[in-house]
Design a protein around this ligand. Sequence first.
Ligand code: ATP
Ligand code: MG
Length: 327
Amino acid sequence: VDRIFSGIQPTGTPHLGNYLGAIQNWVNLQEECSSVLYSIMDMHSLTMPKEPAVLRQNILDTTAAILACGIDPKKCFLFRQSLVPEHAELAWILGCLTNVPRLLRLPQWKMKRASQNNEGTVGLLTYPVLQAADILLYKSTHVPVGEDQVLHLELAQDIAQHFNKKYGEFFPVPKAILSTTKKIKSLRDPTVKMSKSDPQKLATVNIADSPDEIVLKFRKAVTDFTSEVTYDPASRPGVSNLVSIHAAVTGLSIKDVLHQSAGLDTARYKMVVAESVIQRFAPIRNEIKKLQEDKSHLMKVLEDGAEKAKELAAPIYQEIRRLVGFQ
Ligand code: ATP
Ligand code: MG
């Protein structure tokens, strides 16, 4: 592993899926690898409509949350995407190598455009190209991603190869580092992933939620008509999602979790899972609150990170300009 790049959209405080599927992994990786970049993807988050004031606040909240989870700016470059304009510039170049039907086939486009009240914007369609630029701008070799991002990473790999073929061997083909946690599902509809942009408030558990909110969300979690606790994602997605969450936050195996929960009905089990989530996130929640009080510190962290990211990107982007003939 030479260089790791990963990002998170500033859509507000991260949820359980973000934490278990991504941030937890990030914390471990910053210890293992000497060149690590983590970005707050503010440009990406414009693909879904945002009030400017809300975006501004979300950037700070996401940063506070990530720091509270243990991301250490001394061990990685933590920065805001839009402070490094080369991301957008490279996206343009890569967009000229990407064919539209390929983008039209991506499931996230199909899903998210349905929630926009038009036919879908150019930004939403080409967002995976910007993602490829995020990764390739630093010649990143590894990208920790959740399952939901695998297809987008494959696109980035293909774009890298296409570029190399056209302009000469230049980009490493970035590899995925898949999180071991399975996709965490929505508590309202266990057939779809838990998502920050889910309009149903009870679907998503944020890591800064109060104990009362956590209890409420789990109490209302959609399960089925069988009261036993079993693990069978295909036929019992609701309960199985609870078991996955329970195992992931306690660090126990699925088998141990089931063993511990033998004899509980799903109603009581939901409260056991809620309690395990509350326990796990109590210290992080306190730390988030503390960090949120010092806005200028949070902004400074992101700016310092961007300075360092720019330094890293500058010679690479310069070479790209030369390769394509801009220079
Ligand atoms: P949005 O709905 O706005 O796309 P999101 O919930 O998908 O938000 P992102 O910021 O797009 O969050 O993703 C950040 C990271 O969290 C990515 O690595 C992604 O793979 C991971 N992730 C997102 N949702 C889940 C989930 N439900 N389970 C596991 N990992 C997830
Ligand atoms: Mg997403």
